[in-house]
Design a protein around this ligand. Structure first.
Ligand code: GCW
Length: 680
């Protein structure tokens, strides 16, 4: 109980009384099917009811005092309770949960076993959060078809941008033997509705290249674990595999030997894993090989793999994180923010139907604040998947509190106008704007082998919330937080309010004491943890802020800058292009302005920087006080674990505050109006 290992699945026992009596009526399970996903649902329901009621539920022949779970047409009790009208509303992965009060029974019914599993987890969530279940009448379908998690795990056991220990999948260049831990991870993912996992890092080195050859038997064992939880396994592949492990002299996508090599290897993969999902590819990106080496483009490259996967129903997920990572800081024409759109937009229409482009939410790289990537929605004839990062690379590395759901909500609700009004990102991600067959959302995981999975216990909410939000982008950040808190800490109203406020206020607090007004990348090179205003200013990565004595920001306007703004549709283009209309929080992303420029808030840029940095630290201090107010209401070890991180956050926030304030005071020579302490 003190480890955090159970995360949101640590069902707490109810005491006789109120809900207990209500729930105890449904203490038997009626099931008629035997396939493995249904069996998973049964064992999850058994485990959950046992935890909540304190007794092992029995199996019932009949529907009285029972929860019937099953697919339509295969379970008489489900069929009795669920009407044809309801069935018509249920898609491939959806489900109904209906109470039949008269007969004291309940049905979790779906068109597929996967749907039954999701419905079962939904019911458990209701029980575990103490909901009224006497009159349930729920119809639910996922909004997104692909609901993916990406591990950035390497076979040596390290996790790229991992902040919670080592990999649970790999160790010493082998696949781990600890399948129990992997199974528990599968449970967590399935419980929030995720249905695909890429188990290895997009940066595929020599040894990981062999996951599709030498290590295939072990990969198949992992696929079997995930299969029971309705999750498809995918692999990241190395574009240069034909050379590196295939003994060929080229990886040219138009070379017939290369094409043949991929076809054979892919056939082997499907022989071992018949329901294999497909390949994820990072090509021509950050020194990874790709089709550019051979004078080919990304349509050529991805289509070659798509052709190999197509006979088996597999897909290629091709990342659009392609930019020049060897830029010269003196070169003011190249703008990294433009890169993805410039590379991919002209290729629209050339991709096979089983290719999906995976696009990061912003044009740069998961900063605290970035505009939404203009490539999302800009290719009507191409499948796209939106990529988020649950791992807190630039958002405090799971040492600072940062609830990511509000940020993702803003992105999902962003109106692109790609097909006029009514084209928000969430409808592009789901495929509904352009009518894509394949669409959805992916995100980089934040877990590792630390006992509580995420390092910072409260960072579990981001994994939980990711799944819930991808299932239904219309859920609110408040509701998701509340659910998670109840599942994790129980039903105490005060704790719920305190933790909820902490979570909801956390992103703004972090943004306050770190990079101001959308400027980004004022971080320590490589580790990306902590402040270093000029850390990347003269580097090759294309992430500059151009601060001088007079002003700061990147002119990305069409009129006088890099022209990036023109990648947006009207009226977003005009809004970002105009200094007067550009939203404050993105000002320095789009414009270079003097420190004396007056924001919509009425403050000058320099005063805004000072104010937010002082306020940020004060608010971070308040978070600590709030957390301490909960001492005694929860497991002591867990409380202490979080308290330590929260205190570290405050100390580190002070470092941010002072470095940033001093930097800008020295650059501008303008004093703080409020005369607070800024080191000169
Ligand atoms: O943000 C950058 C990270 C790299 C990562 C890359 C990517 C996996 O700093 O560590 O590599 O993005 O998304 O490919």
């Amino acid at each position: 109980a003190g480890s955090g290992y159970q995360a949101w699945l640590g069902y707490r026992q109810l005491l006789p009384g109120d809900r207990f009596d209500q729930y105890a009526v449904f203490n038997r399970i009626h099931v008629t099917e035997t396939d493995s996903v249904i069996q998973t649902a049964v064992s999850e329901l058994t485990h959950g009811l046992e935890g909540i009621l304190g007794v092992k539920p029995e199996f019932a022949e009949q529907g009285k005092h029972a929860i019937a779970i099953g697919t339509f047409g295969n379970n008489p009790v489900v069929d009795r309770i669920v009407t044809a009208e309801k069935i018509a509303l249920i898609g491939q992965e959806g489900y109904v949960i209906i109470t039949d009060k008269k007969n004291a029974c309940m049905a979790v019914g779906a068109a597929t076993s996967n749907g039954v599993l999701y419905g079962t987890f939904h019911l458990l969530r209701l029980l575990s959060t103490g909901s009224d279940i006497n009159e349930l009448d729920i119809v639910d379908n996922p909004i997104n078809r692909l609901r993916m998690i990406n591990q950035w795990d390497n076979m040596d056991g390290s996790v790229e941008r991992g902040y919670a220990g080592e990999s649970i999948f790999f160790k010493d260049n082998l696949i781990t033997e600890d399948h129990g831990r992997i199974r528990d991870y599968a449970r967590m993912l399935a419980s929030v509705g995720l249905n695909g996992i890429v188990i290895n890092n997009v940066n595929v080195h020599k040894v990981e290249s062999k996951l599709i050859t030498e290590f295939l038997p072990d990969v198949a064992k992992l696929a079997a674990i995930f299969r029971e939880y309705a999750i498809k396994l995918f692999l990241s592949v190395n574009y240069a595999s034909p050379i590196e492990i295939g003994g060929l002299t080229t990886a040219d996508p138009l070379d017939s030997d290369v094409r043949q090599w991929w076809k054979e290897k892919t056939a082997d993969v499907y022989a071992a894993i018949p329901d294999f999902g497909g390949y994820l590819v990072k090509a021509d990106s950050e020194n990874r090989p790709g089709p550019f080496t051979y004078g080919r483009d990304h349509a050529d490259g991805s289509n070659m793999l798509a052709e190999a996967l197509e006979p088996f129903g597999g897909m290629v997920i091709w990342r659009c994180f392609v930019y020049n990572c060897k830029q010269d800081w003196r070169d003011r024409k190249t703008d990294r923010a433009r890169a993805a759109y410039d590379h991919f937009k002209p290729l629209d229409g050339r991709f096979m139907d089983n290719v999906i482009l995976q696009i990061k939410n912003g044009p740069l790289d998961f900063q605290v604040r970035e505009p939404v990537s203009p490539l999302l929605g800009a290719m009507p004839s191409t499948n796209q998947v939106l990529e988020f990062q649950i791992a807190q690379e630039y958002t405090g590395q799971q040492r600072h509190l940062f609830y990511l759901i509000p940020q993702w909500k803003e992105i999902l609700d962003f109106e692109t106008y790609t097909k006029g009004k009514g084209s928000p990102i969430k409808r592009i991600a789901s495929g509904s704007v352009h009518g894509n067959r394949l669409a959805g959302i992916a995100a980089v995981s934040n877990i590792g082998d630390e006992m509580n999975w995420t390092g910072h216990l409260l960072a579990q909410v981001n994994l939980y919330g990711y799944g819930r939000l991808v299932w239904n982008p219309d859920l609110t950040a408040e509701n998701i937080a509340e659910e998670w808190i109840k599942l994790t800490f129980g039903d105490n109203e005060n704790s719920i309010n305190v933790i909820k406020n902490m979570l909801l206020s956390s992103p703004a607090i972090y943004e306050c004491y770190t990079a101001p007004l959308g400027v980004g990348f004022m971080v320590t090179p490589h580790t990306h943890y902590g402040p270093d205003v000029d850390g990347y200013e003269y580097a090759k990565w294309g992430t500059y802020h151009y601060a001088d004595w007079h002003g700061i920001g990147v002119d990305r306007t069409l009129a006088t800058g890099t022209g990036y703004t023109s990648q947006y549709n009207s009226p977003n283009f005009e809004r970002y292009e105009s200094l007067a209309d550009c939203p404050d929080e993105l000002l320095l992303f789009f414009h270079h302005v003097p420190y004396t420029h007056v924001l919509h808030s009425g403050k000058t840029v320099i005063q805004h920087i000072y104010d937010t940095h002082f306020e940020g630290v004060e608010k971070a201090e308040r978070l600590v006080t709030e957390w301490y107010s909960l001492a005694g209401t929860m497991n002591e070890v867990l409380h202490k674990q979080v308290a330590e991180r929260m205190e570290e956050q405050v100390e580190h926030a002070k470092e941010w505050r002072d470095r940033i304030n001093t930097y800008f005071y020295r650059k501008s020579g303008i004093a703080d109006k409020a005369e607070r302490l800024i080191y000169s």
